[in-house]
Ligand binder design. Structure first.
Ligand SMILES: *Cc1c(COP(=O)(O)O)cnc(C)c1O
Length: 235
């Protein structure tokens, strides 16, 4: 399937899911997850209208940005917004603050402090979503739900890091219905914090296997890789 057809098919599924949830498809940002996908496929999708690209790995992201800048220079396509969705560590905070418009994997205060320092030094302001561990699995990234209010409150001290919402990566399942409770939990957590933090609007949740259920449960950003770009080249 070419990029235009793949994007159109995905958008139709988004519209149907939004309608089932009583929502408008315009409330849902489609984030194309580019990891382990040839840049040519990502660039074709951007040319076909994809506005947001997600990256897990810094080196791959840097290479793709230069490929994309080179190719888009010859057309009048605007560059996409870049989202970092990989595991965030302190030694990556500088590059993330310099290169990305948004980061979805903020899960500790020290990372927010590091992002703030580097974003300020770069003269940039970036968006950040707090990653929440909705499953209680200790080996998983993400802040424990009970620590999220303090982390969101700490954001008041970060003028260059704007906390705009919550993100989760629930355990994948063959049955997307099994992921629904985790999505509902993330939404309830955001709603409970929104009175004190009106900027908390985003819910980054749902991947290729379960984005329709996530949209029904209120997702505002879905992170879709294989359902848009096809199978990845490596894990
Ligand atoms: C790889 C990845 C995705 C996309 O996965 P697909 O199943 O290919 O849609 C979404 N979110 C994160 C954090 C990922 O690492």
């Amino acid at each position: 399937m070419n990029a235009q057809a793949a994007l159109a098919a995905l958008r139709a599924r988004v519209r149907n899911a939004a309608a089932r949830g009583g929502r408008s498809a315009e409330e849902v940002t489609l984030l194309g997850v580019a990891k382990s996908t040839p840049s040519s496929r990502v660039i074709a999708a951007v040319r076909a209208g994809l506005r947001d690209v997600g990256e897990n790995y810094l080196q791959e992201a840097a290479a793709r940005r230069s490929d994309l800048a080179r190719q888009l220079a010859e057309s009048d396509t605007a560059p996409p917004r870049w989202h970092f969705i990989g595991r965030l560590q302190r030694n990556k905070a500088r590059a993330v603050a310099q290169l990305f418009d948004a980061v979805h994997t903020l899960d500790r205060r020290e990372l927010g402090d590091a992002l703030e320092r580097h974003a300020a030094a770069a003269g940039r302001t970036i968006d950040a979503l707090v990653q929440v561990n909705t499953s209680g699995e200790t080996q998983k990234g993400g802040a424990a739900p009970e620590t999220v209010p303090d982390l969101v409150a700490a954001g008041a001290a970060w003028p260059h890091v704007r906390i705009t919402g919550l993100m989760a990566i629930p355990a994948a399942s063959d049955d997307p219905e099994r992921t629904r409770p985790a999505f509902a939990m993330l939404r309830a957590l955001r709603d409970s914090l929104r009175g004190a933090h009106p900027a908390l609007v985003e819910l980054s949740m749902g991947m290729s296997g379960d984005f329709e259920v996530a949209i029904e449960e209120g997702a505002t950003i879905i992170r879709v890789g294989t359902a848009l770009f096809g199978p990845r080249e490596s894990a």
